[in-house]
Design a protein around this ligand. Structure first.
Ligand code: ATP
Ligand code: MG
Length: 400
Protein backbone atom coordinates (compact mmCIF):
# COMPACT_ATOMS: atom_id res chain seq x y z
CA UNK A 1 0.00 0.00 0.00
CA UNK A 2 1.52 3.20 -1.17
CA UNK A 3 0.62 6.74 -0.30
CA UNK A 4 0.99 9.38 -2.97
CA UNK A 5 3.37 12.19 -2.04
CA UNK A 6 1.17 15.11 -3.02
CA UNK A 7 -2.13 13.88 -4.38
CA UNK A 8 -4.92 14.15 -1.80
CA UNK A 9 -8.32 12.55 -2.19
CA UNK A 10 -10.21 10.91 0.66
CA UNK A 11 -13.32 10.21 -1.40
CA UNK A 12 -14.13 6.50 -1.40
CA UNK A 13 -14.52 4.90 -4.79
CA UNK A 14 -16.00 1.91 -3.05
CA UNK A 15 -15.56 -0.24 0.03
CA UNK A 16 -14.79 -3.94 0.28
CA UNK A 17 -15.29 -5.71 3.59
CA UNK A 18 -15.49 -2.31 5.20
CA UNK A 19 -12.13 -1.26 3.79
CA UNK A 20 -12.36 1.99 1.84
CA UNK A 21 -10.82 1.97 -1.62
CA UNK A 22 -9.53 5.40 -2.59
CA UNK A 23 -8.42 6.69 -5.95
CA UNK A 24 -4.78 5.89 -5.25
CA UNK A 25 -5.71 2.37 -4.07
CA UNK A 26 -7.56 1.72 -7.31
CA UNK A 27 -4.56 2.92 -9.30
CA UNK A 28 -2.27 0.79 -7.18
CA UNK A 29 -4.50 -2.25 -7.75
CA UNK A 30 -4.13 -1.61 -11.47
CA UNK A 31 -0.33 -1.44 -11.19
CA UNK A 32 -0.28 -4.71 -9.26
CA UNK A 33 -2.43 -6.31 -11.93
CA UNK A 34 -0.47 -4.66 -14.74
CA UNK A 35 -3.61 -2.97 -16.04
CA UNK A 36 -3.39 0.29 -17.95
CA UNK A 37 -5.27 3.22 -16.43
CA UNK A 38 -6.80 6.24 -18.10
CA UNK A 39 -7.63 9.10 -15.76
CA UNK A 40 -10.29 11.26 -17.34
CA UNK A 41 -11.86 14.33 -15.86
CA UNK A 42 -12.23 18.03 -15.55
CA UNK A 43 -9.32 20.41 -15.52
CA UNK A 44 -7.42 20.99 -12.29
CA UNK A 45 -8.72 17.92 -10.47
CA UNK A 46 -5.28 16.50 -9.83
CA UNK A 47 -4.97 13.91 -12.61
CA UNK A 48 -1.48 15.02 -13.51
CA UNK A 49 -0.50 15.20 -9.85
CA UNK A 50 -1.65 11.63 -9.24
CA UNK A 51 0.09 10.38 -12.38
CA UNK A 52 3.28 12.18 -11.27
CA UNK A 53 3.09 10.70 -7.79
CA UNK A 54 2.60 7.21 -9.22
CA UNK A 55 5.57 7.75 -11.54
CA UNK A 56 7.63 8.38 -8.39
CA UNK A 57 6.82 4.86 -7.19
CA UNK A 58 8.93 3.62 -10.07
CA UNK A 59 11.87 5.95 -9.58
CA UNK A 60 14.03 6.12 -12.67
CA UNK A 61 12.17 3.16 -14.15
CA UNK A 62 9.37 5.42 -15.25
CA UNK A 63 9.09 7.55 -18.33
CA UNK A 64 6.91 10.66 -18.20
CA UNK A 65 5.73 12.10 -21.49
CA UNK A 66 3.62 15.18 -22.05
CA UNK A 67 1.34 14.62 -25.02
CA UNK A 68 1.50 17.36 -27.64
CA UNK A 69 -0.09 17.44 -31.06
CA UNK A 70 3.17 18.54 -32.68
CA UNK A 71 5.09 15.54 -31.36
CA UNK A 72 5.92 12.96 -34.04
CA UNK A 73 7.16 9.41 -33.55
CA UNK A 74 10.75 10.55 -34.09
CA UNK A 75 10.52 12.90 -31.17
CA UNK A 76 8.91 10.17 -29.11
CA UNK A 77 11.80 7.80 -29.91
CA UNK A 78 14.17 10.58 -28.96
CA UNK A 79 12.47 10.90 -25.57
CA UNK A 80 12.53 7.16 -25.00
CA UNK A 81 16.21 6.95 -25.83
CA UNK A 82 18.20 9.85 -27.28
CA UNK A 83 20.44 7.43 -29.14
CA UNK A 84 17.55 6.25 -31.28
CA UNK A 85 17.75 9.18 -33.65
CA UNK A 86 21.41 8.51 -34.36
CA UNK A 87 20.58 4.88 -35.09
CA UNK A 88 17.65 5.88 -37.28
CA UNK A 89 19.96 8.09 -39.34
CA UNK A 90 22.33 5.21 -39.92
CA UNK A 91 19.56 3.43 -41.80
CA UNK A 92 20.23 -0.14 -42.95
CA UNK A 93 22.78 -1.41 -40.50
CA UNK A 94 20.60 -0.19 -37.66
CA UNK A 95 18.70 -3.43 -37.07
CA UNK A 96 21.25 -4.82 -34.64
CA UNK A 97 21.78 -1.44 -33.10
CA UNK A 98 18.09 -1.06 -32.22
CA UNK A 99 18.12 -4.29 -30.28
CA UNK A 100 21.15 -3.05 -28.37
CA UNK A 101 19.38 0.17 -27.61
CA UNK A 102 16.00 -1.31 -26.66
CA UNK A 103 17.70 -3.88 -24.46
CA UNK A 104 18.95 -1.01 -22.38
CA UNK A 105 15.55 0.63 -22.01
CA UNK A 106 14.39 -0.22 -18.57
CA UNK A 107 11.05 1.48 -18.10
CA UNK A 108 8.38 -0.31 -16.12
CA UNK A 109 5.89 2.54 -16.06
CA UNK A 110 5.01 4.80 -18.96
CA UNK A 111 3.03 7.88 -17.99
CA UNK A 112 1.44 10.04 -20.66
CA UNK A 113 -0.06 13.30 -19.56
CA UNK A 114 -2.69 14.68 -21.94
CA UNK A 115 -2.75 11.59 -24.12
CA UNK A 116 -5.63 12.84 -26.33
CA UNK A 117 -3.30 15.56 -27.65
CA UNK A 118 -1.14 12.96 -29.34
CA UNK A 119 -1.62 12.22 -33.03
CA UNK A 120 -2.77 8.65 -33.81
CA UNK A 121 0.68 7.45 -34.97
CA UNK A 122 2.29 8.57 -31.70
CA UNK A 123 -0.60 7.17 -29.72
CA UNK A 124 -0.13 3.77 -31.33
CA UNK A 125 3.54 3.78 -30.30
CA UNK A 126 2.64 4.86 -26.78
CA UNK A 127 0.18 2.01 -26.44
CA UNK A 128 2.94 -0.35 -27.59
CA UNK A 129 5.14 1.01 -24.79
CA UNK A 130 2.31 0.30 -22.33
CA UNK A 131 2.33 -3.28 -23.56
CA UNK A 132 6.07 -3.55 -23.13
CA UNK A 133 7.54 -3.07 -26.58
CA UNK A 134 8.58 -0.46 -29.06
CA UNK A 135 8.02 -0.81 -32.77
CA UNK A 136 10.72 0.31 -35.17
CA UNK A 137 10.38 -0.25 -38.90
CA UNK A 138 7.63 -2.78 -38.30
CA UNK A 139 9.70 -4.80 -35.86
CA UNK A 140 8.81 -5.10 -32.16
CA UNK A 141 11.56 -4.75 -29.55
CA UNK A 142 10.70 -5.57 -25.93
CA UNK A 143 11.34 -3.06 -23.14
CA UNK A 144 10.88 -3.08 -19.36
CA UNK A 145 12.08 -6.67 -18.80
CA UNK A 146 8.72 -8.35 -18.37
CA UNK A 147 6.75 -5.79 -16.43
CA UNK A 148 5.35 -2.68 -18.06
CA UNK A 149 2.20 -0.73 -17.50
CA UNK A 150 0.81 2.64 -18.51
CA UNK A 151 -1.07 5.51 -16.97
CA UNK A 152 -2.53 8.21 -19.15
CA UNK A 153 -4.54 11.31 -18.40
CA UNK A 154 -6.78 13.50 -20.48
CA UNK A 155 -10.06 15.28 -20.63
CA UNK A 156 -12.20 14.23 -23.54
CA UNK A 157 -15.60 14.34 -21.89
CA UNK A 158 -18.47 13.26 -24.04
CA UNK A 159 -16.41 12.26 -27.07
CA UNK A 160 -15.43 9.25 -25.11
CA UNK A 161 -18.73 7.49 -25.27
CA UNK A 162 -19.19 7.97 -29.01
CA UNK A 163 -18.38 4.63 -30.55
CA UNK A 164 -17.56 6.21 -33.91
CA UNK A 165 -14.82 8.28 -32.33
CA UNK A 166 -11.40 6.95 -33.27
CA UNK A 167 -9.74 8.11 -30.06
CA UNK A 168 -12.54 6.71 -27.94
CA UNK A 169 -12.17 3.33 -29.57
CA UNK A 170 -8.38 3.31 -29.20
CA UNK A 171 -8.72 4.12 -25.51
CA UNK A 172 -11.32 1.45 -24.96
CA UNK A 173 -9.15 -1.12 -26.66
CA UNK A 174 -5.93 -0.35 -24.86
CA UNK A 175 -6.85 1.04 -21.44
CA UNK A 176 -8.07 -1.61 -19.01
CA UNK A 177 -9.38 0.86 -16.47
CA UNK A 178 -10.97 4.20 -17.11
CA UNK A 179 -11.64 6.35 -14.09
CA UNK A 180 -13.68 9.50 -14.49
CA UNK A 181 -12.27 11.57 -11.66
CA UNK A 182 -15.19 14.02 -11.84
CA UNK A 183 -17.29 11.51 -9.93
CA UNK A 184 -14.73 11.13 -7.16
CA UNK A 185 -13.63 14.65 -6.46
CA UNK A 186 -11.52 15.41 -3.39
CA UNK A 187 -13.31 16.30 -0.14
CA UNK A 188 -13.19 19.80 1.32
CA UNK A 189 -10.60 18.63 3.87
CA UNK A 190 -8.41 17.46 0.99
CA UNK A 191 -8.62 20.72 -0.88
CA UNK A 192 -8.01 22.55 2.38
CA UNK A 193 -4.79 20.57 2.82
CA UNK A 194 -3.86 21.09 -0.82
CA UNK A 195 -4.23 24.84 -0.43
CA UNK A 196 -2.44 24.89 2.90
CA UNK A 197 0.45 22.77 1.64
CA UNK A 198 1.57 25.27 -0.95
CA UNK A 199 0.03 27.79 -3.24
CA UNK A 200 2.05 26.84 -6.26
CA UNK A 201 -0.49 25.93 -8.95
CA UNK A 202 2.07 23.85 -10.82
CA UNK A 203 2.27 20.14 -10.32
CA UNK A 204 4.74 19.21 -7.64
CA UNK A 205 7.83 17.70 -9.29
CA UNK A 206 10.29 17.89 -6.47
CA UNK A 207 9.29 14.90 -4.36
CA UNK A 208 12.32 12.66 -4.12
CA UNK A 209 11.79 9.50 -6.06
CA UNK A 210 11.26 6.54 -3.79
CA UNK A 211 11.74 3.42 -5.83
CA UNK A 212 9.02 0.89 -5.10
CA UNK A 213 9.39 -0.96 -8.38
CA UNK A 214 10.55 -4.16 -6.72
CA UNK A 215 7.57 -4.21 -4.34
CA UNK A 216 5.09 -3.63 -7.15
CA UNK A 217 6.65 -6.33 -9.30
CA UNK A 218 6.60 -8.71 -6.35
CA UNK A 219 2.91 -7.97 -5.74
CA UNK A 220 2.31 -8.59 -9.44
CA UNK A 221 4.13 -11.90 -9.30
CA UNK A 222 2.11 -13.00 -6.29
CA UNK A 223 -1.11 -12.03 -8.01
CA UNK A 224 -0.23 -14.15 -11.01
CA UNK A 225 0.50 -17.10 -8.78
CA UNK A 226 -2.62 -16.82 -6.64
CA UNK A 227 -5.37 -19.26 -7.50
CA UNK A 228 -8.56 -17.72 -8.93
CA UNK A 229 -11.57 -19.19 -7.13
CA UNK A 230 -14.23 -21.12 -9.03
CA UNK A 231 -16.78 -18.57 -7.84
CA UNK A 232 -14.93 -15.80 -9.63
CA UNK A 233 -14.68 -17.88 -12.79
CA UNK A 234 -18.43 -18.54 -12.70
CA UNK A 235 -19.15 -14.85 -12.17
CA UNK A 236 -16.94 -14.09 -15.17
CA UNK A 237 -18.91 -16.65 -17.20
CA UNK A 238 -22.10 -14.89 -16.21
CA UNK A 239 -20.69 -11.56 -17.41
CA UNK A 240 -19.61 -13.09 -20.72
CA UNK A 241 -22.46 -15.51 -21.46
CA UNK A 242 -25.25 -14.64 -19.03
CA UNK A 243 -25.32 -10.97 -19.96
CA UNK A 244 -25.37 -12.00 -23.62
CA UNK A 245 -28.48 -14.14 -23.41
CA UNK A 246 -32.11 -13.01 -23.43
CA UNK A 247 -35.04 -14.90 -21.95
CA UNK A 248 -35.85 -16.45 -25.30
CA UNK A 249 -32.31 -17.69 -25.56
CA UNK A 250 -31.32 -15.17 -28.21
CA UNK A 251 -27.87 -13.60 -28.11
CA UNK A 252 -27.53 -9.82 -27.81
CA UNK A 253 -24.25 -9.99 -29.68
CA UNK A 254 -25.93 -11.70 -32.61
CA UNK A 255 -28.70 -9.10 -32.64
CA UNK A 256 -26.04 -6.54 -33.60
CA UNK A 257 -27.63 -3.09 -33.90
CA UNK A 258 -31.13 -4.43 -33.19
CA UNK A 259 -30.05 -4.41 -29.54
CA UNK A 260 -31.59 -2.88 -27.49
CA UNK A 261 -34.46 -1.45 -29.57
CA UNK A 262 -35.87 -4.85 -30.57
CA UNK A 263 -36.23 -6.01 -26.95
CA UNK A 264 -39.77 -6.69 -25.85
CA UNK A 265 -41.90 -6.47 -22.76
CA UNK A 266 -40.23 -6.23 -19.40
CA UNK A 267 -36.79 -7.03 -20.79
CA UNK A 268 -36.80 -3.61 -22.45
CA UNK A 269 -36.94 -2.10 -18.95
CA UNK A 270 -34.44 -4.43 -17.30
CA UNK A 271 -30.67 -4.69 -17.30
CA UNK A 272 -31.06 -6.74 -20.48
CA UNK A 273 -31.49 -3.43 -22.30
CA UNK A 274 -28.87 -1.58 -20.30
CA UNK A 275 -25.75 -3.66 -20.76
CA UNK A 276 -23.99 -5.89 -23.27
CA UNK A 277 -21.81 -8.83 -22.26
CA UNK A 278 -18.14 -8.24 -21.48
CA UNK A 279 -15.52 -9.66 -23.81
CA UNK A 280 -13.37 -12.56 -22.64
CA UNK A 281 -10.47 -10.13 -22.66
CA UNK A 282 -12.35 -7.71 -20.41
CA UNK A 283 -13.30 -10.62 -18.14
CA UNK A 284 -9.60 -11.33 -17.61
CA UNK A 285 -9.03 -7.71 -16.60
CA UNK A 286 -11.98 -7.92 -14.21
CA UNK A 287 -10.59 -11.04 -12.54
CA UNK A 288 -7.14 -9.47 -12.33
CA UNK A 289 -8.43 -6.24 -10.81
CA UNK A 290 -10.60 -8.18 -8.38
CA UNK A 291 -7.59 -10.24 -7.28
CA UNK A 292 -5.52 -7.08 -6.83
CA UNK A 293 -8.27 -5.39 -4.81
CA UNK A 294 -8.49 -8.49 -2.60
CA UNK A 295 -4.73 -8.32 -2.06
CA UNK A 296 -4.93 -4.66 -0.99
CA UNK A 297 -7.92 -5.27 1.29
CA UNK A 298 -6.09 -8.14 2.97
CA UNK A 299 -2.96 -6.04 3.43
CA UNK A 300 -5.15 -3.47 5.16
CA UNK A 301 -5.98 -6.17 7.68
CA UNK A 302 -9.42 -7.32 6.55
CA UNK A 303 -10.65 -10.76 5.50
CA UNK A 304 -10.75 -11.69 1.83
CA UNK A 305 -13.81 -9.96 0.35
CA UNK A 306 -16.82 -11.88 -0.88
CA UNK A 307 -16.00 -12.97 -4.46
CA UNK A 308 -19.20 -11.50 -5.91
CA UNK A 309 -18.65 -8.10 -4.27
CA UNK A 310 -15.01 -7.98 -5.29
CA UNK A 311 -15.80 -8.99 -8.87
CA UNK A 312 -18.64 -6.47 -9.09
CA UNK A 313 -16.44 -3.56 -8.05
CA UNK A 314 -13.80 -4.66 -10.54
CA UNK A 315 -16.55 -4.95 -13.16
CA UNK A 316 -17.72 -1.42 -12.36
CA UNK A 317 -14.34 0.23 -12.79
CA UNK A 318 -13.23 -1.72 -15.84
CA UNK A 319 -16.50 -1.52 -17.72
CA UNK A 320 -18.24 1.83 -17.07
CA UNK A 321 -16.56 3.31 -20.15
CA UNK A 322 -15.72 0.17 -22.09
CA UNK A 323 -18.66 0.57 -24.46
CA UNK A 324 -20.97 -2.14 -23.08
CA UNK A 325 -23.54 0.26 -21.61
CA UNK A 326 -26.54 1.46 -23.57
CA UNK A 327 -25.52 5.11 -23.89
CA UNK A 328 -29.03 6.36 -24.67
CA UNK A 329 -30.31 4.84 -21.46
CA UNK A 330 -27.33 6.11 -19.46
CA UNK A 331 -28.22 9.60 -20.65
CA UNK A 332 -31.97 9.33 -20.14
CA UNK A 333 -32.17 7.38 -16.90
CA UNK A 334 -28.87 7.95 -15.14
CA UNK A 335 -28.13 11.56 -16.00
CA UNK A 336 -25.03 10.45 -17.92
CA UNK A 337 -23.55 8.90 -14.79
CA UNK A 338 -21.97 5.67 -16.05
CA UNK A 339 -21.14 4.52 -12.55
CA UNK A 340 -24.78 4.82 -11.50
CA UNK A 341 -25.75 2.76 -14.52
CA UNK A 342 -23.14 0.17 -13.56
CA UNK A 343 -24.54 0.12 -10.02
CA UNK A 344 -27.94 -0.75 -11.49
CA UNK A 345 -26.38 -3.61 -13.45
CA UNK A 346 -24.58 -4.75 -10.32
CA UNK A 347 -27.80 -4.75 -8.28
CA UNK A 348 -29.50 -6.86 -10.93
CA UNK A 349 -26.50 -9.22 -10.90
CA UNK A 350 -26.68 -9.59 -7.10
CA UNK A 351 -30.32 -10.61 -7.48
CA UNK A 352 -29.35 -13.18 -10.10
CA UNK A 353 -26.80 -14.67 -7.71
CA UNK A 354 -29.43 -15.37 -5.05
CA UNK A 355 -28.70 -17.88 -2.30
CA UNK A 356 -31.15 -20.26 -3.91
CA UNK A 357 -29.37 -20.06 -7.24
CA UNK A 358 -25.97 -20.41 -5.63
CA UNK A 359 -27.22 -23.58 -3.89
CA UNK A 360 -28.41 -24.99 -7.20
CA UNK A 361 -25.12 -24.17 -8.88
CA UNK A 362 -23.24 -25.89 -6.05
CA UNK A 363 -25.53 -28.93 -6.32
CA UNK A 364 -25.06 -29.02 -10.09
CA UNK A 365 -21.28 -28.81 -9.77
CA UNK A 366 -21.23 -31.57 -7.20
CA UNK A 367 -23.22 -33.87 -9.49
CA UNK A 368 -21.15 -32.93 -12.52
CA UNK A 369 -18.03 -33.77 -10.58
CA UNK A 370 -19.40 -37.31 -10.25
CA UNK A 371 -20.23 -37.39 -13.94
CA UNK A 372 -23.95 -37.08 -13.22
CA UNK A 373 -26.68 -34.92 -14.73
CA UNK A 374 -30.06 -34.25 -13.15
CA UNK A 375 -32.53 -33.05 -15.80
CA UNK A 376 -34.79 -31.33 -13.28
CA UNK A 377 -31.89 -29.42 -11.81
CA UNK A 378 -30.48 -28.57 -15.22
CA UNK A 379 -33.84 -27.24 -16.39
CA UNK A 380 -33.76 -24.43 -13.82
CA UNK A 381 -30.85 -22.93 -15.72
CA UNK A 382 -32.71 -21.26 -18.56
CA UNK A 383 -32.68 -17.88 -20.29
CA UNK A 384 -29.58 -15.95 -19.27
CA UNK A 385 -28.54 -18.89 -17.11
CA UNK A 386 -28.56 -21.41 -19.96
CA UNK A 387 -24.76 -21.13 -20.02
CA UNK A 388 -24.75 -22.90 -16.66
CA UNK A 389 -26.78 -25.80 -18.03
CA UNK A 390 -24.37 -26.12 -20.92
CA UNK A 391 -21.37 -25.93 -18.59
CA UNK A 392 -22.73 -28.54 -16.15
CA UNK A 393 -23.57 -30.94 -18.98
CA UNK A 394 -20.12 -30.66 -20.48
CA UNK A 395 -18.39 -30.97 -17.10
CA UNK A 396 -20.39 -34.14 -16.42
CA UNK A 397 -19.57 -35.55 -19.87
CA UNK A 398 -15.89 -34.90 -19.29
CA UNK A 399 -16.03 -37.04 -16.14
CA UNK A 400 -17.48 -40.08 -17.86
N1 ATP B 1 -6.33 16.02 -5.43
C1 ATP B 1 -5.25 16.82 -5.43
N2 ATP B 1 -4.23 16.58 -4.58
C2 ATP B 1 -3.14 17.35 -4.58
N3 ATP B 1 -2.97 18.42 -5.38
C3 ATP B 1 -3.96 18.70 -6.24
C4 ATP B 1 -5.14 17.92 -6.32
N4 ATP B 1 -5.93 18.44 -7.25
C5 ATP B 1 -5.28 19.48 -7.76
N5 ATP B 1 -4.10 19.66 -7.15
C6 ATP B 1 -3.12 20.70 -7.43
O1 ATP B 1 -3.79 21.59 -8.31
C7 ATP B 1 -3.00 21.89 -9.43
C8 ATP B 1 -3.63 21.32 -10.70
O2 ATP B 1 -3.66 19.91 -10.64
P1 ATP B 1 -3.33 18.99 -11.89
O3 ATP B 1 -2.47 19.73 -12.84
O4 ATP B 1 -2.86 17.68 -11.41
O5 ATP B 1 -4.79 18.88 -12.51
P2 ATP B 1 -5.26 18.10 -13.82
O6 ATP B 1 -6.44 17.29 -13.42
O7 ATP B 1 -4.12 17.40 -14.42
O8 ATP B 1 -5.75 19.28 -14.73
P3 ATP B 1 -5.72 19.41 -16.33
O9 ATP B 1 -6.92 18.68 -16.84
O10 ATP B 1 -5.85 20.89 -16.54
O11 ATP B 1 -4.44 18.86 -16.81
C9 ATP B 1 -1.63 21.34 -9.09
O12 ATP B 1 -0.90 22.30 -8.39
C10 ATP B 1 -1.90 20.18 -8.19
O13 ATP B 1 -0.81 19.91 -7.40
MG1 MG C 1 -3.13 17.63 -16.17
Amino acid sequence: MFKPKNYRNSTELTTLNGVPIYMHDMVEAALRGRLNVFLQGDTGSGKTQLARDVAHYFGDKSLFILGRNDMDTRELFQQVNPEFLKALKQGDAAGVKFKDLTDRINYNLITIDELPNCVPAVRAQLFNLFDGFIEIDGKAYPIGDGYSVGIATGNIGQQFTESSNELGRALRDRMHLVIDTDYFRPQPIDTFEILTGDRNPRVNFDAKAEDKTAEIREAHRKLNEAEVSDEKKLIALYLIHGLDTLENGESKTKMKSAWPTALENHEAGSDAALVLPVSPRAAKSIITLSQALDQIVQEKGAETPDPLESMMQAFKFTSAYSGILNEALVRQTYGEDHYKAMDAVINATRTEFSDDRKDKIAAGLELADKGKKNERLLSVFSGRWSFMKSLLERLADDKT
